[in-house]
Design a protein around this ligand. Structure first.
Ligand SMILES: OCc1cccc(Br)n1
Length: 446
């Protein structure tokens, strides 16, 4: 509570914070920095997008799950330097617990699978859509939250899982009108990095941290990348070997580098063959420079990009067979992807493929006389029970306003309760498309 402040001779309004006082009494109307409000028209677009995500997930037989947006910080404090964990939105709660707003959904899935302690029949195909958070200190004014659609398959060791996941994401792209001419899915494997590290006798455990550094190659000068690799114990010759492998322009060229029959080559060949069977090969392109910045990937990795290469990744995913065991649980083969709500909306908007769903009711029910309000309520309830979307006017309005409002809410019909018609037990129904008017007994009203 704010107290009077006589000594300065200034009467302060009780209950206003200093910040409000400073702004003449108005609270800050903007959402917290880096976050978005979704007005009804914005949320209708988002619900359309999520509806497409959910429709594809169901077509592929996936089941929906959900976990809290708040997690133990420990779920994300891996030491490999992933940008996503460097920007954790973490804090100590009032119970002294170290918690974080989740920056991604995969660790929560891993926690949930381990919590099932074998009760969840494998293979499981689970999906979720959830808000994810980051806390960037830089003043770039970037968003601090976005929504992600995640699809994961647990318990399938072969690249059939990755093929199924790629087919699902292509099914989504097709549904929203984005073909292979619009989106390319770059595919590679962490096995490429593992092979090069092995050649230079660098411990396999380094592949995660090394990948995080190599993933920054198109954002940092080469010298900085080599410096960070050296800090990880990767000598200059090994760094050169890594960079050469990530520049390989084709699978045959990579095979020439790694040697024939290497596991990474075999699994990629098998994946491209399965992609032909799914009819999605035109979306895919082997690209050894596709690394992905999450340290826990262990095999195939992929990311979706707009063909023009102007936007950030649309989605990304891959195999992460070690994640469950790093949480102390039984290792399980896992593969999945994350698909954000922002880049896809940018791309669809650019292509004029983003629908603008309108607010839509079917009937606008109006009591023309306050004495008929109970009858109007009864008529509205009857229509609602019949499944019609009804906007019941809650106070008297002039007809000019009523017609304007009917247009605003896209009503198909006006249902008017007026004394004359009511005397005969009828209501006046006006079709707003044909302008036809009919008197209908309430009992016949649907
Ligand atoms: O994709 C990285 C990321 C994580 C959380 C929130 C936002 Br915005 N972006």
């Amino acid at each position: 509570p704010v107290v009077d402040n006589e000594e300065k001779g200034k009467e302060r309004k009780v209950g206003l914070s200093l910040a409000q006082e400073a702004k003449g009494g108005l609270i800050d109307l903007q959402p917290p920095r880096g976050t978005r409000d979704f007005l009804p028209e914005d949320l209708r677009v988002r619900q359309w997008l999520f509806g497409e995500f959910e429709a594809v997930a169901r077509l592929f037989g996936f089941e929906q799950f959900e976990t809290p947006v708040l997690e133990s910080e420990a779920l994300f404090t891996r030491k490999a330097g992933d940008e996503i964990t460097q920007q954790l939105y973490n804090f100590e709660d009032k119970g002294g617990r170290r918690v974080a707003l989740r920056p991604e959904l995969t660790p929560s899935l891993a926690r949930l699978v381990l919590a099932q302690a074998g009760r969840a029949a494998l293979p499981l195909k689970w999906f979720t859509i959830g808000q994810c958070w980051r806390y960037e200190r830089t003043t770039r004014g970037r968003r601090r939250e976005h929504y992600q659609w995640n699809m994961d398959i647990v318990g399938v060791p072969g690249v059939g899982a990755e093929a199924e996941l790629l087919a699902a994401v292509c099914a989504f792209l097709q549904r929203v009108g984005l073909g292979p001419a619009d989106v390319v899915i770059k595919v590679s494997s962490r096995g490429v990095l593992s092979a090069v590290l092995a050649r230079y006798a660098i411990p396999a455990a380094a592949v995660g941290p090394v990948a995080v550094v190599v993933d920054k190659m198109d954002k940092l000068p080469l010298a900085k990348v080599e410096e960070e690799l050296a800090a990880l114990g990767v000598a200059a010759d090994a760094a050169a070997g890594i960079l050469a492998a990530t520049q390989a322009a084709s699978l045959p060229e990579l095979e020439a580098l790694l040697g024939p029959g290497h596991e990474a080559i075999t699994e990629l060949r098998e994946l491209f063959a399965l992609a032909e069977a799914y009819g999605i090969a035109d979306y895919l392109q082997f690209d050894a420079s596709c690394i992905r910045g999450l340290s826990y990937y262990t095999g195939v990795v992929f990311e979706g990009r707009d063909r023009a290469g102007e936007l950030r990744a649309i989605f990304g995913g891959g195999r992460y067979d070690a994640l469950l065991s790093t949480f102390g649980g039984e290792a399980q083969p896992c593969a999945g992807f994350g698909f954000g709500d922002c880049v896809i909306a940018e791309l669809l908007k650019e292509r004029d493929l983003l629908p603008v769903p309108a607010h839509q009711v079917e009937d606008l029910v109006v009591a023309m006389d306050e004495a008929l309000r109970p009858a109007a309520i009864a008529a509205a309830q009857r229509l609602r029970r019949a499944g019609r979307r009804v906007d019941l006017l809650l106070e008297p309005k002039k007809m000019k306003w009523v017609f304007k409002h009917a247009e605003r809410c896209g009503a198909a019909r006006l249902v008017l309760l007026a004394p004359e018609e009511w005397a005969a037990g009828a209501v006046r129904v006006k079709d707003l498309a044909t302008r036809e008017e009919v008197d209908v007994l309430v009992a016949d009203l649907v």
